[in-house]
Write a protein that binds this ligand. Structure first.
Ligand code: ZN
Length: 244
């Protein structure tokens, strides 16, 4: 699913409305223009143009008022869901290879922390979507923040999930730091390949050489398959230790 979230500015014309719009397509900033007319059958027909991109015609379908109100958290969930979890795949692989030196929970928490800034920008429509948090310098700060908060949150999470039944699990500081470090740096690397507006080497240069290094489809496959490979390695290793 693709989501376009945009703020629209309308101007009435003789036959309908013309508009400019500015927003985000997935996480990439986009803008454009468009126009709509009211047809005799009550439907709206129009054209939407993407700046430096395609334009397409559309006819709106009349919709009924939804049974339930559309709550902002549902919208946020729909936007966040397809993107943040993609980063988890490589984390599962690292967990399988370094089971006792890596915390998947701290890693996962880091992914959430990384994407708070883009989410706020998408909702408010103000600021740079992949701003300072998606730079390698920003990733250093996020490493410390996510390790500090993630260590305690993960220990509580493990308790709630019943994974620390016999005795509470404490995550060593170096494990929390390593997991948050791998989490934030891999996030910047993956996003700099995926999104046009990431400036990973800010403030040293605004050039992003990594963009388009591989196609988005190939990148998604890499993340999904590395997660699957990690899950298989983890499962096989567990079966072996249970046997011995
Ligand atoms: Zn991101």
């Amino acid at each position: 699913m693709f989501a376009l979230l945009a703020h629209v500015n309308c101007r009435p014309t003789k036959t309908g409305v013309s508009f400019t719009w500015e927003g985000t397509w997935e996480y990439d900033p986009v803008s454009g223009t468009g126009s709509v007319k009211l047809r005799k059958d009550g439907l709206l027909s129009g054209k939407i143009r993407i700046k430096d991109g395609d334009d397409s015609n559309f006819i709106t379908e009349r919709t009924e008022e939804p049974d339930e109100p559309i709550i902002l958290t549902h919208v946020i969930y729909k936007i966040i869901m397809p993107f943040t979890p993609i980063h988890i795949g490589p984390g599962i692989l690292v967990k399988a290879v370094l089971p006792s030196s890596f915390s998947l929970m701290v890693f996962g928490w880091t992914q959430v922390v990384m994407d708070i800034q883009p989410l706020i920008v998408m909702i408010t429509g103000k600021g740079h979507v992949h701003g300072f948090t998606h730079t390698y310098v920003g990733a250093i700060l996020i490493t410390f923040f996510s390790a500090l908060t993630g260590k305690y949150l993960s220990e509580i999470g493990l308790k709630i999930l019943g994974m620390a039944k016999e005795k509470p699990i404490t995550i060593a500081w170096w494990v929390a730091l390593l997991s948050a470090f791998i989490g934030s740096f891999s996030h910047v690397l993956l996003d700099s390949i995926m999104h046009t507006d990431v400036e990973p080497f800010y403030p040293f240069t605004l050039i992003n050489n990594s963009h388009g290094f591989v196609s988005i489809g190939a990148l998604h496959k890499f993340c999904i398959y590395s997660g699957l490979a990690g899950a298989i390695i983890y499962y096989v290793a567990r079966c072996r230790t249970n046997k011995t």
